[in-house]
Design a binder for this molecule. Structure first.
Ligand code: NAD
Ligand code: TYD
Length: 351
């Protein structure tokens, strides 16, 4: 399979790393980055590709049928990696309808336009990128896999679940060569600082409070974003249409333990006495309906795609802290009025 690749949500956190992997693995294939540049999208994330003749940027909304159709016509992609989404659970609790619009309607529009552009072609791929949160929450034991029944519990995960069902339905009903992926929590450079890892590390650097929801006993599995991006590109290249591949880091941590380890890395890199940043931790009101635990069994993906996580959590946290400490100008730009407004609204009454 050859030809141009369309990446939606490419100016966001994971999408921009996917573009990096694509451009390095396929120097001869054109990559078109499609993104609405919401508060979470940032063209700085694609700065490495600004002067690359085999990369282009299209400013557009996935829920806007005309914009999506124009992108298909202009790019003529033979593969779509669909990452555009509203992605933050806490925001979905405040504004669920924008999640339905982008995640459900946007995915439906993209699938429909792919169908229009591709007809019955089988030498094309539509990779729909989703989350482990569609599977619900686990207790102390067990893990999700590609066959776990869906049980989404937040407006975010419900909207992602809806989009996953549509993606599979387009494969089943029309034979569109769709592949779905579900992944655990990502972390790494360029993550918008509303998510736990960048939020906690930046608060510690700046001496602000580090908010831990509830008692910090919830468990998440953490995968470095570069490993996820590599896995998505392997899925595009080697995945079987109609299949689901699940990704995870085999690195489960209670939130409080993750934050503590992260803050210790901040202290080490800033040359502060060990334990200084732990004093910034505050237990704040829990997230409503907070899922207790997520974990993923990645054996099938390891076997079928030959993929495995390569960055240990300890190494990945060091890499992430170092990146944020070295990229102050990036941070200033993403901390626009919109970001500040969100931070103020959400945390009001929680500290
Ligand atoms: P992000 O919020 O950092 O980036 C989302 C990108 O999508 C932004 O660039 C934004 O501008 C763009 N976007 C939003 N609405 C759009 C629209 N209507 N049209 C076009 N572009 C739009 O998200 P992320 O963390 O990079 O997540 C990317 C994808 O991966 C999402 O589908 C998410 O559900 C999934 N995912 C994320 C994680 C994680 O831990 N972050 C884990 C598993 C799966
Ligand atoms: P988050 O990064 O929002 O990812 P997700 O909700 O998709 O798992 O949150 C990760 C975990 O950290 C989640 O259990 C909620 C918790 N959390 C905090 O304790 N404090 C915070 O300020 C944030 C943003 C999250």
């Amino acid at each position: 399979m050859n030809g141009p690749i369309l990446v939606t949500g490419a100016a966001g956190f994971i999408g921009s790393h996917v573009v990096d992997v694509l451009r390095s693995q396929f120097p001869d294939r054109h990559v078109a980055s499609f993104d609405a540049l919401t508060y979470a999208g940032n063209l700085d994330n694609l700065a490495a590709h600004r002067d690359d003749p085999n990369h282009s940027f299209i400013h557009g909304d996935v829920a806007d049928r005309d914009a999506v159709r124009a992108a298909f016509d202009a790019v003529a992609p033979t593969a779509v990696l669909h990452l555009a989404a509203e992605s933050h659970v806490d925001r979905s609790l405040v504004d669920p309808l924008s999640f339905v619009r982008t995640n459900v309607m946007g995915t439906a529009v993209l699938l429909q336009e792919a169908r229009r552009a591709w007809g019955d072609r089988t030498d094309v791929r539509f990779v729909h990128v989703s989350t482990d949160e569609v599977f619900g929450a686990l207790g102390e034991t067990g893990s999700f896999d590609a066959h776990t029944p869906y049980d989404p519990r937040s407006p975010y995960s419900a909207s992602k679940a809806g989009s996953d069902h549509l993606a599979r339905a387009f494969h089943h009903s029309y034979g569109l060569p769709v592949i779905v992926t579900n992944c655990t929590n990502n972390y790494g450079p360029r993550q918008f600082p509303e998510k736990l890892v960048p939020l906690a590390l930046l608060r510690a650097v700046e001496g602000g409070i580090v908010p831990v929801y509830g008692q910090g006993q919830q468990v998440r599995d953490w995968l470095h974003v570069r490993d996820h991006a590599r896995g998505l590109v392997s899925t595009m290249r080697d995945g079987v249409p109609g299949s689901t591949y699940v990704f995870g880091g085999e690195a489960e941590r209670k939130n409080l333990d993750l934050v503590t380890d992260l803050l210790d890395v901040v202290d080490a890199q800033l040359g502060r006495p060990s334990g200084t940043s732990r004093a910034f931790i505050r237990f704040v009101a829990d997230r409503p309906g907070h899922d207790y635990r997520y974990a993923m069994d990645i054996e099938a993906t390891r076997r079928d795609l030959g993929w495995a996580p390569s960055v240990s959590l300890a190494e990945g946290l060091r890499d992430t802290v170092a990146w944020y400490l070295a990229n102050g100008p990036w941070l200033e730009r993403v901390r626009s009025g919109n970001y500040r407004a969100w931070e103020t609204t959400w945390y009001a009454g929680r500290q």
